[in-house]
Structures are given as structure tokens and as C-alpha cells.
Design a protein around this ligand. Structure first.
Ligand SMILES: Nc1nc(=O)c2c([nH]1)NC[C@@H]1CN(c3ccc(C(=O)N[C@@H](CCC(=O)O)C(=O)O)cc3)CN21
Ligand SMILES: O=c1ccn([C@H]2C[C@H](O)[C@@H](COP(=O)(O)O)O2)c(=O)[nH]1
Length: 283
């Protein structure tokens, strides 16, 4: 929690105003932030200075794991977070690659599970990582990358958290996650949960101990219409002690995640939080 609050204060104290062409808004921006989550000790990085909708965040991550390309599938899991990018962004609505209502195109999980090969067929990056780790192999290239510039024109948004690099020391699994762009009031509240949960889940299905997760953010920003709520409301509140996450131990494989797992298989205990804050969302 402290590292999140420190980043918010840093943006407000030292940030530079940058015009963003895509959204038509100004963002108070800093470059480079390094967040660390202790998954080994289950120090779940859930924001307490406002109500955090952690189930949506984990549902989003599960949708990426499943390779979803449709906002309706995310909704069925419990995340409405892709509705606006799939259906309200004019550039995407005009894009000939859009396959209709709710289509997100070739983003995130599509790249993670079915990266198109120029000579035909596709690469399932996550399957390879899980198989290797389960067999005790870390080839120093256990990388799940959603960032495919050759297909940006076929998706509604370029991935923000674009790369997850797993590694092993003995039987302890680590994760380094890279994010190019971060909406700190809205997105980071989710992304922290997702990096933590991704390491916890992958460790569980590969039979490893979870270690630390390292989260690198390049451009961290607060949109101009979010600033007042962050500075004058959220940052005036005292944080509560952290919550912890429990994952159903019956989840044992990638197939389990692909087939029967729902948000009922995740539980958070000891979550004390301040009231929700409705931050404006920029499409
Ligand atoms: N401008 C912007 N910020 C983002 O954080 C973001 C995007 N765009 N586009 C792609 C995804 C979608 N994400 C989202 C989208 C919506 C919420 C959101 O509305 N959160 C509310 C309510 C959540 C709920 O009810 O489930 C929140 O209070 O956290 C959060 C992250 C993160 N990403
Ligand atoms: O997981 C996510 C996804 C998106 N965001 C934010 C970061 C930016 O504010 C927008 C994306 O806009 P770009 O112009 O493509 O950078 O969405 C996030 O924080 N976390």
C-alpha cells in the first residue's frame, strides 16, 4: 500500500503535464516506477484507501489467460472493464478488422495464447511456459508477451502490461512484469492485483513456491479529471492493514483455469477499506 501511495504523491509533487492525443486529455506524468509484491508471504497489494473491485481485476487476468478477444466473455467472468474500449472508441468502431459488438481484436491474451506465425499456425506462449516450469525447466526465456506491433492495427488498444517474464531459483518461482503506460487511479489498482495473482496462480499450477513479483512501470500518470479526487480525497485517508488472498487449492492445471474456474475460486479475507471513489475513465 505504501508504495502505491508514494507513487501517487510523487506524481502530484514531481509530475509533468503531458497532452495525450488519443484521449484528448492532459496527464500528470512521471517516468519509471518499480513496485514489488511479496507473494511468498501473501502480502496481497489491495488498495485500502478506497474500495477496490479485486474480483474484476482477477477476472480480467483469467480472461487473458484464456486468450479471450471479446468484452462479452470478460463480462461473463465478472469484468466490465473492456466494454468501453471494445464499443466506445471511434477509431476502433471505424476499424475494418473489428468483428462487431464487443470484439476487442488481437489484443492481450490472443497474443499470449495464439501469436500468429508468418509461416502459418500459431504459438501458445503460456502453454510452453507452464509445461517448462512444471518440468523444472527455466530456459531464461519464459516470457509471455502481448506486445505484437505487427498486429496493433487489428486490436482496440495496445497492451499496457505487455510482458510477464517468469523465472525460477530452485523450486521458487519469480515474476517480472512490464507495463508501458499506467492510469494510476484506475488501472494500477487492478494491475497490482493482477501481477500478484498471476504469480500465485502460475506457481500453484506448476507446483512451485511463489517468490517475489517485480512490477516495472514506464509512464505512470493521473488524468487531469482524476487529480482532485486523488489529491483531496484518496490521499487524505489513512490506509488499513493489508488483506490476504486465498486461491482454491483444487486448481491444479492450465486446463482447470481454462474450463471450470470462476471468481468463486478466489477469496479475500481481512479486507478493510474506505468508501469507493468513482474515478473518471478515459476511452
Ligand atoms: N483509461 C484507461 N485506464 C485503464 O486503467 C484502462 C483502460 N483505459 N483501458 C483498458 C483497461 C481497462 N481497465 C479498467 C477499466 C475500468 C476500470 C473501472 O472502471 N474500475 C472501477 C470500477 C470497477 C468495477 O466496478 O468492477 C473502479 O472503481 O476501480 C478499471 C480498469 C484498465 N485499463
Ligand atoms: O491494464 C491496464 C490497461 C490500461 N491502462 C491504462 C493506461 C492508459 O491510461 C490507458 C491506455 O492508453 P494508451 O494511450 O494506449 O497508453 O489505459 C492501465 O493503466 N492498465
Amino acid at each position: 500500500m505504501k508504495q502505491y501511495l508514494d507513487l501517487c504523491h510523487r506524481i502530484i509533487d514531481e509530475g509533468t503535464w503531458i497532452e495525450n492525443e488519443r484521449t484528448g486529455k492532459r496527464c500528470l506524468t512521471v517516468i519509471n516506477a518499480d513496485l514489488v509484491y511479496n507473494v511468498a508471504d501473501n502480502e496481497f497489494p489491495l488498495i485500502t484507501t478506497r474500495k477496490s473491485f479485486w474480483k474484476s481485476a482477477i477476472a480480467e487476468m483469467l480472461g487473458y489467460i484464456r486468450g479471450y478477444d471479446n468484452a462479452a466473455d470478460f463480462r461473463k467472468l465478472g469484468a466490465k472493464t473492456w466494454d468501453a474500449n471494445a464499443n466506445e472508441n471511434q477509431a476502433w468502431l471505424n476499424n475494418p478488422h473489428r468483428k462487431g459488438e464487443d470484439d476487442m481484436g488481437r489484443v492481450y491474451g490472443v497474443q499470449g495464447r495464439a501469436w500468429s506465425k508468418p509461416d502459418g499456425g500459431s504459438v501458445d506462449q503460456l502453454r510452453k511456459i507452464v509445461d517448462n516450469l512444471k518440468n523444472g525447466v527455466d530456459d531464461r526465456g519464459e516470457i509471455l508477451s502481448f506486445y505484437n506491433p505487427g498486429e496493433f492495427h487489428m486490436g482496440c488498444l495496445r497492451p499496457c502490461m505487455h510482458t510477464h517474464n517468469f523465472s525460477m531459483l530452485g523450486d521458487t518461482l519469480y515474476l517480472n512484469s512490464f507495463q508501458r503506460s499506467c492510469d494510476v487511479p484506475l488501472g494500477l489498482n487492478f494491475n497490482q492485483v493482477q501481477v500478484f495473482a498471476l504469480l500465485a496462480i502460475v506457481a500453484q499450477i506448476t507446483g512451485k513456491k511463489a517468490g517475489m513479483a517485480y512490477h516495472k512501470i514506464v509512464n505512470a500518470h493521473i488524468y487531469e479529471d482524476q487529480l482532485e479526487l486523488m489529491r483531496d480525497v484518496q490521499l487524505k485517508r489513512e490506509p488499513f492493514s493489508p488483506a490476504s488472498l486465498t486461491i482454491n487449492p483444487d486448481i491444479k492445471s492450465l486446463e482447470d483455469l481454462e474450463t471450470w474456474v470462476t471468481m468463486d475460486d478466489f477469496e479475500v479475507s481481512g479486507y478493510q477499506h474506505h468508501d469507493a471513489i468513482k474515478y473518471p475513465f478515459s476511452v
